[in-house]
Design a protein around this ligand. Structure first.
Ligand SMILES: [Zn+2]
Ligand SMILES: [Zn+2]
Length: 440
């Protein structure tokens, strides 16, 4: 499960932040929460395809949360979408979305299915569910709890061996939930499978003032995405207009003992959000404000904090190595001396433990949009002068000028999304750099 923060600002767009929209990639679906103005362009700058969106949940009908909808619906039609699109929201959704459709001429190529949800209503989908919860804002507003279905327990190989079940197809049948007969005895999956493991859970709360009873609803979830329109000094004003402060969002996160808080719907008045982060962290340490287009791969609950920290550190180290690689390739192309950089890279590569060398490590708040894969120049052993003729096509984000952050997290501890790994050896070889050469 991966969250991509498309728009993290509140009220109106600013040069720093677009307005509300969050995409969650879950079980092959892309689910959108809110679709503020400019969302479709943010989608194009992200690694997600807007054509893969299957469901859109609107929190409420203030303009900063849904005015991107008509444009997105039309672009989907222009791209020949045929798959149904479901839009969910509070009371009024059917009327408002229908009106939005009527304000311009276009031919829809797909079915738009509108649903109005009530407080407490759960919609079940393949592999996950979404439950609507009423929030406390100036208009009828829904928060949404997205929960993955429980996963099957782990197969206990020792238990299977004790029962003398031979490794092979019979193990597979038990893992698939079938009862088998072995040694004239019925063996049920429960005899060899551990308990079901919980899936991951995310709650989206915007817009709302601090909501009574919310901590009980979201107790122990993995990620709380809560609005934090203002700072503590503006609490009275924020609450009067149905909004929360960073401190209040953090207090809810703490009371609910969630694993991580992401604060969004940041007022355009804040160019520097560090004071808001500091304010929240004084109450709840795991508080963050994402930049637009930042992403977070939600780890499974059983991945320990220590393991997460290890993965984050590994991600930082990997990013540093990638940066060195890029420098080496760039300097090589310019015909400059790269001896000291190569030595530095050698040292960095030597420090990578064997176990993490191959696995793309996690970086909890890393953006998936950078860095771009190292360019793959035409091998030029001697006097490279011209730019490479076959440079790799830059990643989407690089084209968008968003290339400096480390690679996306893979803190899942799961297997739902395989990361593209940058092949250090190949990139170096193609740049004509042989790390072993000096030893020979
Ligand atoms: Zn808003
Ligand atoms: Zn609002």
């Amino acid at each position: 499960m991966e969250i991509v923060f498309l728009g993290t600002g509140g009220s109106f767009p600013s040069p720093q932040r677009g307005v509300s929209s969050i995409a969650v990639k879950v079980n092959g679906d892309v689910v959108l929460f809110d679709c503020g103005e400019g969302t479709q362009r943010q989608l194009m700058l992200s690694p997600l395809s807007f054509m893969h969106i299957t469901k859109i949940f609107i929190t409420h009908f203030h303009g900063d949360h849904y005015l991107g909808l008509p444009g997105l619906l039309q672009t989907m039609a222009l791209n020949g979408r045929t798959k149904d699109l479901e839009v969910f929201g509070p009371k009024g959704t059917e009327k408002l979305v229908t009106i939005l459709e009527q304000i311009s001429y276009y031919s829809r190529t797909y079915d738009l299915v509108l649903h109005e949800l009530k407080d407490g209503q759960t919609e079940h989908f393949e592999g996950f569910s979404v439950t609507a919860h009423r929030l406390d804002h100036a208009l009828p507003t829904l928060g949404y709890m997205l929960r993955e279905d429980d996963r099957t327990g782990k197969f206990d190989t020792n238990a299977a061996k004790l029962l003398e079940i031979p490794e092979g197809p019979l193990w597979g049948k038990l893992q698939a939930g079938e009862t088998i007969v072995w040694n004239d005895r019925g063996i049920t999956p429960e005899m060899v499978m551990g308990p079901a493991r919980p899936g991951r859970s995310v709650f989206v709360a915007m817009d709302t003032k601090p909501m009574m009873g919310l901590p009980e609803i979201i107790k122990g979830i993995d990620v709380l995405i809560h609005e934090a329109t203002a700072d503590h000094s503006l609490e009275e004003k924020a609450n009067k207009f149905g909004h929360s402060t960073a401190m209040q969002a953090a207090t809810i996160a703490k009371e609910a003992a969630v694993r991580r808080l992401y604060m969004i719907h940041i007022s355009p008045r804040y160019r520097d959000v560090e004071p808001l982060i500091k304010e929240a962290r004084s109450t709840f340490a795991e508080s963050y404000i994402p930049d637009d287009l930042e992403a977070y791969k939600v780890p499974y609950p059983e991945v320990s904090d220590a393991e997460l920290k290890k993965q984050e550190d590994a991600a930082k180290e990997a990013a540093a190595r990638e940066s060195l690689q890029r420098k080496i390739i760039e300097k090589t192309e310019m015909g400059e001396d790269v001896g000291s950089l190569v030595a530095e890279l050698e040292r960095a590569v030597a420090q990578v433990p064997a176990a993490t060398a191959q696995a793309a490590p996690a970086g909890a708040t890393a953006s998936p949009f950078g860095p771009p894969p190292p360019p793959v120049p035409t091998p030029q052993k001697t006097k490279p002068t011209a730019p490479p003729a076959t440079a790799a096509r830059p990643a989407k984000a690089a084209r968008a000028g968003k290339g400096a952050a480390p690679k996306a997290a893979t803190a899942d501890g799961g297997s739902d999304e395989e990361e593209d790994e940058i092949d250090l050896d190949r990139a170096l070889a193609e740049a004509g750099i042989d790390l072993d050469a000096e030893d020979e």
